[in-house]
Design a protein around this ligand. Structure first.
Ligand code: C2E
Ligand code: MG
Ligand code: MG
Ligand code: MG
Length: 283
């Protein structure tokens, strides 16, 4: 009996694994098609300067409009894009798009606007087509380098070889800012501050989320903000959803905030409307 049950479980397990593998393979095929046929678009989530309430920054977040499955979020396809190498082409597309948007939005609404882009580890590997080509794109599109922030995660730095660090230094030398995303979720976030040039720390939303219930998380948030200040690094709190969280972070001296409390990620036209209203309100 035990043996039979075990075998059934085994069969069930392999069947669900087979289904998952098939699903992934289908998604990979669709992703390849999507990359060639422009099924992606970008949403922008405003980043608020907490002291003034103004929007001078935003994060670019990719979206995939699948013809049959509908909208697919990045968490469901970025890993497939990374494993297959498609991420290079997809990231290049995001980069160009954001450069165009920076120039347009700066010219029309806010000449201090900074837009940030999420980058993947595989793009920095020495075996990949060089991410340094992005510096040429900046030149060719006349995009001011200080209008751009590259977001990197700890997992990117975890298996970083020398070439990764060198590339980050080069970007920074060219005037591009670097932000450490999802800060605090990895194992050695602090040790990375020792090794890598960073302009921004983005406190992960898991801390902000539990700040009002878990006193340790509140203490950690405050400690990160104090530490960053002393290091000359600016702090963005991610995932602010309530007025209570906002007030706590403001009192801690956090400079920037991002989250549903202010706005969900929105399409470019809607982001433009926000910037236009802000411009008109100032007079
Ligand atoms: P991330 O860079 O940490 O982006 C923040 C995520 O949190 C976004 O999810 C955003 O919609 C969500 N978020 C923002 N405010 C709130 C809030 O108040 N509450 C909650 N619950 N969530 C909030 P999204 O857009 O689904 O992106 C997920 C992840 O996918 C991103 O995490 C980023 O790591 C990755 N990603 C997005 N776009 C790109 C891209 O163009 N390239 C690469 N390589 N990765 C990307
Ligand atoms: Mg990010
Ligand atoms: Mg994040
Ligand atoms: Mg993330």
């Amino acid at each position: 009996r035990v043996k039979a049950g075990g075998r059934n479980n085994y069969e069930y397990y392999t069947e669900s694994m087979r289904k998952a593998a098939v699903n992934r393979l289908n998604l990979l095929n669709d992703l390849r098609y999507a990359t060639e046929n422009g099924e992606f678009f970008i949403e922008y989530q405003p980043i608020i300067t907490l002291e003034t309430g103004r929007v001078q920054k935003a994060e670019a977040l990719i979206r995939w409009q699948h013809p049959k499955r509908g909208l697919i979020r990045p968490d469901d396809f970025i890993s497939i894009a990374e494993e297959s190498g498609l991420i290079i082409e997809i990231s290049n597309w995001v980069f160009r798009q954001v450069c165009d948007d920076i120039n347009y939005l700066r010219k029309n609404y806010c000449n201090e606007l900074q837009l940030s882009i999420n980058t993947s580890a595989s793009h920095y590997f020495s075996t990949a087509p060089s991410i340094m080509e992005w510096l040429d794109v900046l030149l060719n599109t006349h995009t001011p380098s200080n209008a751009l922030v590259l977001e990197i995660t700890e997992s990117l730095l975890m298996d970083a070889d020398k070439s990764v660090t060198q590339k980050l230094f080069q970007f920074r030398q060219a005037g591009v800012s670097i932000a450490l995303d999802d800060f605090g979720t990895g194992f050695s976030s602090i040790s990375y501050l020792k090794k890598f040039p960073t302009d921004y720390i983005k406190i992960d939303r898991s801390f902000v989320n539990s700040m009002t219930e878990v006193s340790n998380d509140k203490i950690l948030c405050e400690a990160i903000i104090v530490m960053a200040k002393k290091l000359g690094i600016e702090v963005v709190a991610e995932g602010i959803e309530t007025n209570e969280q906002l007030n706590i972070l403001k009192n801690m001296g956090c400079e920037y905030g991002q989250g549903y409390y202010f706005s969900k990620p929105v399409k470019k036209a809607q982001f433009e409307t926000m910037l236009r209203n802000q411009l008109e309100n100032v007079g």
